[in-house]
Write a protein that binds this ligand. Structure first.
Ligand SMILES: Nc1ncnc2c1ncn2[C@@H]1O[C@H](COP(=O)(O)OP(=O)(O)O)[C@@H](O)[C@H]1O
Ligand SMILES: [Mg+2]
Length: 380
């Protein structure tokens, strides 16, 4: 049995669907991220797990104990779930010192003072705030307040730590720093973490696994690399990074290339995910870093294109290259500089075929997930 099991969780507000048929199993010590755009149901899912929102249906167990079950009528209150949660807005108490903020969950449990003191100091150390225990939140930076909130969640030694977009209010440099600290906290404590973010870079850098959500639905879950290299839908391909999507026909494809719907042929060194016998239009995904640009010299089998824009990103340069009225995004190493208007040859190193269209997943889910007696929610 899994350490944490969320099964068939569902939450709607009136007609509007917030989270539909959410399933997740986690092992002890795992770091899983819920990733998706704003409004896709991430916070609702975390709050159902923490006990602040009651699901419409479903089942939750943690460490073998059922903490929520619609059918068995079990709903353990938040303070008895042994879950630590850090909210997006920090929610540290302004009238309490750092020490008092962090000590609060232990005071509630009526733990003796020497133990409280020792554990608060230990938590402060862990988040690198030692020495600041007598300050008030207004005397701290945003990043420090965030770390107080994390220390407060950790001090009761939760069975799982929930972090809701903990870095989204911080500036870019601090975000990077806090990302390292979260990783460090995890390594030092071994705590199981369920992390929420809309930022795919954060999710990929930190997680063992990612659950990608959209409009209350789970689109795909897996290891970061799996999601990046084998996205299940166009949404997944675009959300996990940049993607060129090229519709085309498998039946007309010689072994090493794509015949696009626009009627031009692109040689590709490797294509994965192509099903034999499929004669419908499929979508090929080409990552921008999988396209190589070469000066056409007539000897290589590259496709001629024209540079239409150039963007400098320090570690790479993004070029927009047009071929037959189709614009491809290319990330080139920061070497040879190409000019807008220049002709250039394209070589695609690899492409993969999307296994499913977005609509299939959404319709399929609605069919499966609509709770008895209620109409499926509309997403259009
Ligand atoms: N209390 C509420 N009443 C009505 N709708 C809500 C409520 N809370 C959230 N929602 C809706 O549920 C959806 C999911 O919200 P949320 O879980 O906060 O998304 P996320 O955290 O991914 O941005 C959104 O469409 C949001 O507007
Ligand atoms: Mg949210």
């Amino acid at each position: 049995m899994s350490y944490l099991a969320l099964s068939k969780l569902h939450k709607s507000y009136g007609e509007s669907l917030a989270v539909s048929n959410f399933n997740l199993n986690m092992e002890k010590g795992e770091f899983v991220s819920l990733l998706g755009p704003s409004g896709c149901g991430k916070t609702t899912t975390l709050r159902m797990l923490a006990g602040f929102i009651e699901p419409c249906q479903g089942h939750i167990s943690l460490k073998g104990r059922t903490i929520y079950s619609k059918s068995e009528n079990i709903n353990v209150p938040p303070e008895k779930r042994k879950i630590g949660m850090v909210f997006q807005s920090y929610a540290v108490w302004p009238h309490m010192t750092v020490f008092a903020n962090i000590a609060y969950p232990l005071r509630v449990q009526k733990i003796n003072h020497p133990t409280i003191k020792a554990r608060v100091l230990e938590a402060l150390d862990l988040v690198h705030l030692a020495g600041l225990e007598n300050r008030y939140p207004y005397q701290l930076s945003g990043g420090q307040q965030q770390r107080v909130a994390i220390a407060r969640a950790l001090v009761m030694e939760p069975e799982i730590l929930l972090l809701d977009e903990p870095l989204s209010n911080l500036d870019a440099q601090l975000r990077q720093h806090m990302l390292h600290q979260i990783d460090e906290i995890r390594r030092h404590t071994g705590v199981t973490i369920l992390y929420v973010t809309h930022d795919q870079k954060e999710a990929m850098a930190l997680s063992d696994r990612i659950v990608l959500m959209n409009q209350g639905l789970t689109i795909q879950s897996g290891r970061p690399q799996e999601l990046y290299e084998r996205p299940a839908t166009a949404f997944a391909a675009n959300f996990l990074g940049r993607a060129n999507l090229l519709p085309g026909w498998p039946r007309a494809i010689p072994r090493q290339g794509i015949l696009t719907s626009q009627g031009f042929f692109l040689p590709v060194q490797s294509i994965t995910g192509l099903e034999a016998g499929n004669e419908n239009t499929v979508t090929f995904v080409v990552r921008p870093e999988d396209i190589r640009l070469e000066h056409p010299d007539g000897s290589s089998p590259s496709t001629p294109g024209c540079v239409v824009y150039r963007r400098y990103y320090a570690s790479f340069i993004e070029y927009g290259v047009e071929i037959n009225n189709t614009l491809l995004r290319v990330e080139a190493e920061n070497g040879d500089r190409l000019e807008v208007g220049q002709s250039i040859g394209l070589i695609i190193r690899r492409a993969f075929v999307l296994p499913q269209e977005e609509d299939d997943i959404v319709q399929n889910r609605h069919f499966v997930q609509s709770p008895a007696g209620s109409a499926p929610a509309q997403h259009h």
